[in-house]
Design a protein around this ligand. Structure first.
Ligand SMILES: [Zn+2]
Length: 249
């Protein structure tokens, strides 16, 4: 009688557990409270820290912030927070969460930094550690190498973040569209995207409103023309509503 083999055969090439984690704490399949973490072993980088405005069926709720319970025991591993742009659904949770996450350094472009600084005046929480970056900067946060490229959105200083991890590059676009005639003349940095693509990207995380619909987004310049025509032909008072942290780019 054959002795039954109980031991599993070890195969060569069976992958070990991948230590790279990308987790979306808010902003996926919903509008608002954008927050993503990239974690590799004991290094964590956070991208965006936004709030969400309540729906009509949430009386008494001022706003909703991401659930960061996963990060609380890991605050010492957070190497930095990178903010892609200045909309409240990307920066709005900073005053509420940054202290309990160990007040890590926040890296962002100058215009976004100015909005964050201004908003912080409304809160009595601890002083922020804000570090302004330039689009061509490259630096390390723990095991990660960080770089950026410009994207178009409807607010100036919108950027994508590339996090080079030991497993490959994770690119996070923030909110984006391609505008070939933006008001500030600063088109998306296509050459950087091409170079990045040639080197290889493990994961691309992108957020573009109505991306599932065919066609192309209007340029902000066209929207300006449309508004101008409405203003010119209006026969009475004009009341304009807009997203509270919107600065047309
Ligand atoms: Zn946005």
């Amino acid at each position: 009688m054959h002795k039954r083999r109980t031991q599993l055969k070890r195969h060569k090439g069976v992958p070990t557990r991948n230590p790279l984690r990308v987790a979306i704490l808010g902003g996926l399949e919903e509008v608002g409270r954008n927050m993503t973490i990239v974690e590799y072993k004991n290094d964590i980088v956070i991208i965006d820290m936004g709030l969400q405005f309540p729906e009509e069926d949430m009386p008494g709720i001022d706003y909703i912030i991401p659930n960061v319970s996963y990060l609380k025991s890991k605050a010492k591993n957070i190497r930095g927070v990178i903010i892609t742009h200045g909309h409240y659904d990307h920066i709005g949770a900073i005053p509420h969460l940054i202290a309990e996450l160990g007040n890590p350094i926040i890296y962002t472009l100058p215009f976004t930094a100015a909005i964050i600084r201004k908003r912080q005046e409304d809160f009595k929480s601890l002083p922020l550690k804000l570090q302004e970056v330039k689009l061509d900067d490259k630096f390390n946060l723990g095991r990660f190498q960080i770089e950026f490229f410009r994207v178009n959105h409807n607010i100036p200083d919108s950027m994508a973040v590339v996090i080079h991890t030991p497993e490959g590059a994770v690119a996070h676009t923030g909110d984006w569209k391609f505008d070939y005639a933006p008001i500030d003349g600063l088109v998306a940095e296509f050459a950087k995207m091409v170079r990045l693509g040639e080197r290889g990207v493990l994961a691309l995380l992108g957020d573009s409103t109505n991306a599932g619909q065919p066609g192309h987004q209007l340029s902000e310049r066209d929207i300006g023309e449309t508004l101008k025509n409405i203003f010119v032909s209006a026969k009475g008072r004009i009341i304009v509503g807009t997203f509270s942290s919107l600065f047309p780019a």
